[in-house]
Structures are given as C-alpha cells and as structure tokens.
Design a protein around this ligand. Structure first.
Ligand SMILES: Cc1ncc(COP(=O)(O)O)c(C=O)c1O
Length: 239
C-alpha cells in the first residue's frame, strides 16, 4: 500500500546532509594517532549532536527484541520501527503519511479524542462506528462503514476511554477486513500492560502476512494503576 503524495514532497534534510559531511571528515581525522586532542573531542561530541531521526540504533534493536518476545511481531529486515516523542506523535506521523484531504478513518466509538484531532488536522474525516453494549468491536459494522475514501480502521486495545480489551477473534476479523479492502489497520496498544485476571492482550501486528498494512504503536510502558472503566468501575474481564 502506498503513502500520500505529501510524503514524496518532503525535501531531504540539508542539515543531515552537512552533518554527514562533517562526520566523514572527523572520523578519519580523530582516528589518526597524531590528531590533535580537539579533533578527538569533536568526535566524542558527536554522541550528543544530531542522531538518526528514526531513533538510536541500540534502542530500535531493543524495541524489535521486545516486539518479538512480548507481542510476537517479527519486524521485517530493514526495520519499520521508529522512535517518537509519545504515541500522539506516532499517530500523527501515520495519519500525515497516509491521508489525503477528505480521506476517512474509521474509529470505533467511543474513541480517544486525540485520534479524532489528528485526523481532522490532516484534513481527513473521522467516522465513528458504535461498539456493542460491552464496548466490544462489531467487525461487520466497521466493514459497512468503509467507503472509497476510507484509508484506515483504528483499534485501541486495551481501550481508552472504556477499558475494554478487544478479543483476538475480533481483532483478527478487523485485520482481515483491512487486508481485503486494501486499507490500513492502525493498532493503538499504549495500554497493553493494563490487562487483569485471565485477559490477554493481542497485537494485530503479529498476524502472519499483515506487515504491509498493520501499524502498531507500543510506545510507552505505563505505570501500574488500578483498573478503571467507565463510571470508575473496573471493566468485566472477557472470557
Ligand atoms: C489510547 C491512547 N493513545 C495515545 C495517547 C497519547 O499518548 P502519548 O502521551 O504517549 O502521546 C493516549 C493518551 O494519553 C491514549 O489514551
């Protein structure tokens, strides 16, 4: 699946271009035993100057390892992992890379307001689709809401604001719908550790063959907190 033309219109960074130039001069210079202390110090300083925009390689490696161990997501060669300053920034990146003005994104109701804001800011249209009386996904209703302008379905599990944990079966259904219609499945998993009792979190990105159209976000480790559903009541665990 492709990106919006907005992505192709971004010029490459001239800052990074010059930084790479400077590094290529400094590297051999500072390795020379006759190099002045100032050249060596300048090289050491490069550790805290501009770094790869997608994140420090060691951090990306650690995240890939976490995705495989905890989420069973095998990131393909060439890594699609990118570090962002929070999940909102990750979502905004995904939306800006995916939507043209007027495109639609399906959000199961009730949804997290920041998703609606991101879609609207990218001149897209958020389309709310009600969940059932236990705040669970209704895959057939989500599919019915797809139009030629739909670019993605978003799932948040465990959910904000309801606290519901979506079943593996429903998430697989939604993922299959996205595959069939050639749209993205954006999986917000920032609360992945907020499951209780026998409830298990499932990552749609682990579905075999879904790499090309499933974008997951597991960007932060949440602090432990009491389970909180609507009206302050803990949501009933799913069986
Ligand atoms: C479901 C969900 N996704 C993303 C965010 C935003 O996360 P961050 O604070 O990492 O930008 C929130 C809000 O805190 C959220 O509830």
């Amino acid at each position: 699946m492709g990106f919006t033309p907005r992505v192709g219109s971004i010029p490459s960074s001239s800052t990074m271009f010059h930084i790479n130039d400077v590094r290529s001069i400094l590297r051999p210079l500072s390795a020379d035993p006759r190099a002045p202390a100032s050249a060596k110090a300048a090289r050491a300083r490069s550790a805290w100057t501009y770094q790869p925009g997608e994140g420090l390689p060691a951090l990306i490696e650690a995240l890939e390892e976490k995705l495989l161990r905890e989420n069973r997501i095998r990131v393909r060669t060439g890594s699609r992992v990118m570090v962002t300053a929070g999940a909102n920034m990750a979502f905004m990146h995904v939306i800006l890379a995916t939507l043209d003005p007027g495109d639609e994104v399906i959000l199961p109701l009730p949804y997290c307001f920041n998703h609606e804001m991101a879609v609207t800011r990218a001149s897209g249209r958020p389309v709310g689709v009600p969940t059932d009386d236990r705040y669970q996904l209704r895959p057939e209703a989500l599919e019915s809401a797809i139009t030629p302008r739909t670019k993605a379905i978003v799932t948040i599990t465990p959910n904000n604001p309801t606290g519901a944990v979506f079943t593996e079966e429903a998430l697989r259904d939604v993922n299959e719908i996205c595959r069939r219609h050639g749209i993205y499945h954006i999986a917000d998993e920032v609360y992945e550790y907020f499951t209780y009792g026998g409830t298990r979190h499932f990552s749609p990105g682990s579905i075999s063959g879904s790499n090309d159209y499933t974008q997951g976000r597991v960007s932060r480790r949440c602090q432990s907190q009491e389970p909180q559903g609507l009206n302050g009541k803990a949501p009933e665990p799913l069986r």
